[in-house]
Write a protein that binds this ligand. Sequence first.
Ligand SMILES: Cc1ncc(COP(=O)(O)O)c(C=O)c1O
Length: 383
Amino acid sequence: MYNELAAYIREMYDRPDGFIPMHEPRFIGNEKKYLEQCIDTTFVSSVGEFVDRFAKMMCEMTGAAYAIPVSNGTAALHLSLVGAGVKQDDEVLTQSLTFIATCNAIVYEKATPHFIDIDADTLGMSPEKLKDRLEEIAEMRNGECFNRETGKRIKACVPMHTFGLPLRIDEIAEICNEYNIVLIEDAAESLGSTYKGQHTGRFGKLGAISFNGNKIATSGGGGAILTDDIELGKHLHHLSTQAKIPHTYNYEHDYIGYNYRMPNINAALICAQLEQLHRFVEDKRQIHEAYKQFFQEIDDIDLLDEIGQANSNYWLNAIQVESKEKKVEFLENLNAAGIMCRPVWKLLHTLPMFSQCPKGNLSNSTEAEDKTINITSSSRLNG
Ligand SMILES: Cc1ncc(COP(=O)(O)O)c(C=O)c1O
């Protein structure tokens, strides 16, 4: 099967030999033209027309009332947590199965991640498991949610749309509302993915998106925060630019701010990429279909699919094998054939920095860690 799969992928990508990486960017539109414009005008840094154009495009594409361009997805998450009012010693509910940036951002505010299990079909936070955990430990005091076991306030919840697959985010939002917990979506991987017709990152108070080089559309490095709360959006925007009070020549600041600005040169790149996003998503969905055809003939391997009413960008395709041993076998064989595959992240609660954090039953996360592999998923578009 491994030789057959390697040949199938090589044919799909029209690459008879050489290494095929997990995800390569594709520059098929106005990228060069816009970058040249930045250089010609000398506007390569923190202000420029592309930064504003990018924010506008993000609002149009996602339906958000306000978008804040930032330096990367981790900064978007961090600033979202600040905007949610997360403070030292709070707990923030999140997933153990996610990229480490989700948890690091929580710790930047000196808060504690509290791990909730995922659903087996979306690999995103499970509403059922969230509800069970809150019923077990939550206590409302003066309208705020507390963990009665640790005595800490549970201020926010950060679920993550894994590999672009939308999770059951409307149900998570309902539970968060019930417990007065601020919902922030980690939509770093799900640009172009929708659930029930709404763009991911738009179901809570704030949503964070990444434009890292490995994402479906890239600014080299970059991120965005989405919100419908325009006042909050403006405030976070201000914080992201060192909280400098706008003035022609004076330097005055009214908060402890951050240097989280997206430079104009990065915004130029992402503007050109966003113009092509619909093509990227379409191509990714075709790649997913091609994988589906291959794996439906293989009994003991499942390809992860979007759930009903979800529309995935299929940023990275993921398969699940029968066991840990099969996972190693698969990884060894495909990587040896020059086709990059990688296991899902190590669960964060098993890392030394997060091993003491509170958690619910994480059985689905553990099973997913044992069995899940990402397979090469670059777009095939080349102009
Ligand atoms: C789930 C998730 N959260 C956060 C991030 C952080 O984004 P960035 O690398 O742009 O800081 C990434 C990706 O890199 C991610 O995949």
